[in-house]
Design a binder for this molecule. Structure first.
Ligand code: PSU
Ligand code: MN
Length: 328
């Protein structure tokens, strides 16, 4: 929806810039999942594999991160490795954090900004950067949401507010069941964010296929998804669309088993006094430990599958644009 904007701090790779200029499909990918969501070296392997899936389905991958004071849209191999190796040392960058990793870059005309930490963008942070770059589709693993116990902790991911305001489609395997999925969906409804599902009626629950909650609309066909999105934006209804698709059957984990790990991980987080932005990375890492790596396998499989769904949608949106210009 947003016209491709340029900003001095925005640095698309040559491949991404060329694809955008030609109206070819581009898929944004986030970097918090790389730095904070998975351990080395599976994080780098997965990031590369996900980019390959996007390419195999005819779209250009654009992994987004803030490096040396620039919003990099599309990372070369060395930068992707730098991000993956930085791991938890990278700053987790949501809406509020963008200036912290960019302000020095803004003041500088050279690349003498390497003292800045690498910024790994969350779903919210990546949506902002994708919209700035003119990218309409963004693939992640699972979005942040309303945490269990939010009534007392107020812990509600900034991802939800971003979906309410920024016009990008976010493809995900639903929300992690470490969250309160019912409340997450209520929040999205309040803010007018359509929740689409592809492949099943239910909203997905990350490692688990079924969340127990139905999505608003099931649309399996990419061209029909693209028409839904174009229609929303053509009405001036700014804001995101959430497209949920379940983890592939072969990699899905049984809900009862996952619930046990989650209870334990939540207990441990409380015992360690983990709060704020550290909560989600802590829970993901603890669940990976408790599951003996099974949750990580599921996580990798679902992101790759999301990449396929996202690339098909990006291609359908590009085709739709040719037929009916969104911005006359
Ligand atoms: N989903 C994953 N791995 C992740 C995340 C989501 O499979 O690492 C990250 C995303 O970047 C998401 C963030 O935006 O967790 C949510 O963090 P918080 O709950 O602090 O808003
Ligand atoms: Mn939070």
């Amino acid at each position: 929806m947003p016209p491709p904007a340029s900003h001095p701090l925005l640095q698309p790779s040559p491949a991404v810039a060329a694809a955008l200029a030609a109206g070819r499909p581009v898929v944004a990918l986030e970097s918090t999942i790389v730095a904070h969501g998975m351990p080395w070296p599976q994080n780098l392997e997965t990031a590369r594999a996900v980019e390959a899936v996007v390419r195999a389905h005819g779209a250009e991958p654009a992994t987004i991160a803030v490096i040396d004071g620039r919003i990099r849209v599309g990372l070369d191999g060395a930068s992707l490795e730098r991000l993956a190796r930085a791991g938890p040392q990278a700053l987790k960058v949501s809406r509020r954090d963008l200036p912290a990793v960019l302000a020095e870059g803004a003041a500088s005309t050279s690349a003498a900004t390497s003292a800045l930490p690498i910024g790994a963008t969350t779903v919210a942070g990546t949506m902002i950067c994708a919209a700035l770059a003119g990218i309409e589709v963004f693939v992640t693993g699972g979005i942040g949401g309303v945490h269990r116990g939010a009534a007392t902790t107020f812990d509600i991911s900034a991802d939800l507010q971003e979906l309410a305001r920024t016009s990008v489609v976010v493809v995900c395997a639903g929300a992690k069941s470490i969250l309160d999925i019912g409340l997450t969906l209520e929040y999205l409804e309040t803010h007018g964010v359509p929740v689409l599902s592809c492949g099943q009626d239910e909203f997905a629950a990350f490692y688990v296929r079924d969340s127990g909650f139905e999505a608003d609309y099931r649309i399996d066909d990419a061209a029909a998804q693209a028409r839904f999105v174009r229609t929303k934006w053509s009405l001036g209804l700014a804001g995101g669309v959430l497209l949920s698709t379940p983890v592939p059957e072969a990699a899905a984990l049984p809900r009862a088993v996952v619930d046990g790990w989650i209870e334990q991980a939540l207990h441990d987080a409380a015992a360690h006094g983990i709060t704020g932005k550290a909560v989600t990375p802590f829970l993901l890492a603890r669940i990976a430990e408790l599951s003996g790596g099974r949750s990580l396998e599921a996580n990798i499989a679902l992101v790759k599958h999301n990449a396929e769904v996202g690339a098909r949608l990006a291609a359908a949106l590009a085709a739709e644009r040719e037929v009916r210009p969104a911005r006359p």
